[in-house]
Design a protein around this ligand. Structure first.
Ligand SMILES: NC(=O)c1ccc[n+]([C@@H]2O[C@H](COP(=O)([O-])OP(=O)(O)OC[C@H]3O[C@@H](n4cnc5c(N)ncnc54)[C@H](OP(=O)(O)O)[C@@H]3O)[C@@H](O)[C@H]2O)c1
Length: 280
């Protein structure tokens, strides 16, 4: 299968490359090769290549900066550019796999969010991702729209590394205990993406996370337990830990369409083994 991956140097992109590399004719592009917000370039490059599948892991992911100086670029990359990719894929009969986020929901529903629930983002990043979703659906190439949440992976900044780095310099850490979500291991997400394609699942929206809901505090406690790091972790409220972007309080994504992935605790263990922080 002829596959084109955008954003191959990102956290998820790295895992997609590892997972898809066998038996596929591969093209990998990131910011150095193309700006996905450049419509002409997107159109002509996809038109020349004519891939059967386009996977878009490129995005503007700095959630707090998107509230200020990054706002415009986040709408361009997470919103309008998805429309450009959708147009080009439709024209060339390519399947488009695109990733959105749990942050398209407002986080007030304690039952969690199903694939077809109403979007109502509460920060600019979430709004830009929601715009991308809207354009993708309106333009309507054959697509898989996948929503992950709270991602951690071996390449790139993530919560696990942030916690372990903080633990090296501090005797105690304060972590938010009133935001709930489902941590997602980028490797598992890449593998589940491949499965979706190989099993020729119906096109549409999918929620792909590891299973189990926790708070950032509970996530941190588990990281230190598995990595055998002794540190005092203090639960705090979001109000005590203000950030430029508001976060949804309860953004657990419910997967009603596919077999469930392994638990986030198992996935975290796999990650710590993969990154050689623990043996098993
Ligand atoms: N990380 C999470 O916790 C999380 C949670 C839910 C959903 N998601 C979604 O999952 C997907 C993958 O996220 P990720 O964390 O792997 O992202 P990431 O690590 O930030 O990687 C994104 C990649 O896209 C590239 N890029 C940015 N703007 C571009 C442009 N205009 N043209 C071409 N390439 C561009 C980036 O290059 P530069 O580094 O040079 O900017 C980077 O290599 C995204 O759609 C994200 O919204 C992520």
């Amino acid at each position: 299968m002829k596959i084109l991956i955008f954003g191959y140097q990102g956290m998820l992109g790295h895992e997609l490359v590892k997972v898809f590399k066998n038996n596929n004719e591969f093209t990998l592009w990131d910011r150095n090769e193309i700006d996905i917000a450049d419509q002409k370039d997107v159109e002509s490059k996809i038109g020349d290549l004519k891939p059967e599948v386009v996977i878009n892991a490129a995005a503007y992911t700095t959630v707090d900066l998107a509230e200020g100086e990054g706002k415009e670029i986040s709408y361009r990359v997470n919103g309008e550019a998805v429309g450009f990719l959708a147009e080009a894929c439709k024209k060339n009969d390519s399947i488009l796999i695109h990733y959105s986020s749990d942050y398209v929901f407002n986080g007030t529903n304690k039952d969690g969010y199903r694939e077809d629930d109403q979007l109502d983002p509460i920060n600019e990043y979430g709004k830009s991702k929601a715009l991308g979703e809207k354009l993708l659906k309106e333009i309507g190439p054959e697509f898989y729209l996948i929503r992950p949440s709270w991602m951690f992976g071996a390449s790139g900044k993530n919560f696990v590394e942030t916690m372990l780095n903080l633990a090296e310099k501090n005797k105690e850490i304060r972590v938010v205990n009133d935001q709930y979500g489902k941590p997602t291991y980028a490797r598992d997400l890449a593998e589940r993406t491949k499965e979706l394609l190989e099993l020729k699942k119906p096109f549409g929206i999918y929620h792909l996370t590891n299973e189990g809901v926790c708070t950032w505090y509970e996530f941190a406690v588990k990281i230190f337990e598995l990595a055998e790091v002794k540190i005092k972790v203090i639960p705090v409220t979001s109000a005590e830990f203000p950030t430029p972007a508001k976060r949804p309080a309860y953004s657990a994504l419910i997967n009603t369409k596919l077999p469930l992935s392994k638990s986030w605790q198992e996935a975290l263990r796999d990650y710590l083994i993969e990154t050689k922080k623990i043996r098993n």
